[in-house]
Design a protein around this ligand. Structure first.
Ligand code: SAM
Length: 228
């Protein structure tokens, strides 16, 4: 499957069964054990980013691009904290849910705006560009282009998370592929940390903070990179 097909599949998935699945995982309603584990792991990633940004003490008015924002799990608390957030997602349904959640929580917002837009078509400049758990939809040969584009939008900082490619995780994925269950949906791509760091460096960014979140079913390496 080429990258264009991948992207169409991803968009269609997150506008249909994927929307239902991830809206629930990134929500509060009852879910199965695996989904609950993923929910908790993902929340740890979100909380870590919020903690980093809050520790810097300059969130008020900071311009942030949340590329592939999903249902707004990060955009919404960032907007609540006073950042100027531009959240976008390739899936109209995900971004509509993000808009609704924000509106339910605090009415029409003047700190967050949401748009259905794939990240390749994003333009403008933001102090910080964040892209959480989206690289899993990008094959290795497309990651450099995608990260390069995000770097071009960032004045100061890029924050990325991805499923790291390690021997243990590759083995786990192989086992998963042998037993595809009903929830098996889009392809999941892992990335070598060294590759991601090298791509960031090529674009003029150096790693400042990092974190690894691993629960039973959720693995995410989080990197903050600062423009040199
Ligand atoms: N970043 C969000 C979070 O952490 O809560 C959502 C993560 S979810 C696993 C992945 C999201 O990436 C989905 O909402 C999907 O629609 C979006 N996505 C995938 N490919 C994309 C692309 N090329 N441009 C924009 N969004 C994309």
């Amino acid at each position: 499957m080429n990258a264009v097909d991948d992207k169409t599949v991803v968009r269609e998935y997150f506008n249909a069964t994927g929307f239902d699945r991830w809206r629930r995982i990134y929500g509060t309603e009852e879910v199965n054990k695996v989904q609950l584990d993923i929910r908790k792991g993902h929340q740890q990633t979100v909380d870590r980013v919020l903690a980093w940004l809050q520790a810097d003490g300059n969130l008020q008015g900071l311009s942030i691009c949340d590329a592939g924002c999903g249902v707004g799990s990060l955009s919404i608390p960032l907007g609540q904290a006073g950042a100027m957030v531009y959240g976008s997602d390739i899936s109209e349904k995900m971004v509509a849910e993000a808009y609704q959640r924000a509106k339910t929580l605090f009415g029409p917002s003047n700190t967050i705006s949401f748009a259905a837009q794939d990240l390749e078509s994003l333009s403008g400049r933001y102090h910080t560009v964040i892209c959480l758990d989206v690289l899993i939809h990008y094959p290795q040969d497309k990651a450099a282009e995608m990260i390069g584009h995000l770097c071009s939008l960032a004045q100061e900082r890029v924050i990325l998370s991805f499923a790291p490619k390690t021997v243990a995780l590759s083995a786990l994925k192989k086992v998963g592929e042998l037993f595809p269950g009903p929830s098996k949906t889009t392809r999941a791509y892992q990335h070598r940390e060294a590759d991601i760091v090298a791509i960031l460096a090529k674009n003029g960014f150096a790693i400042a903070r990092q974190e690894m979140t691993s629960t039973r079913f959720y693995y995410s390496r989080l990197l903050e990179a600062i423009r040199r």
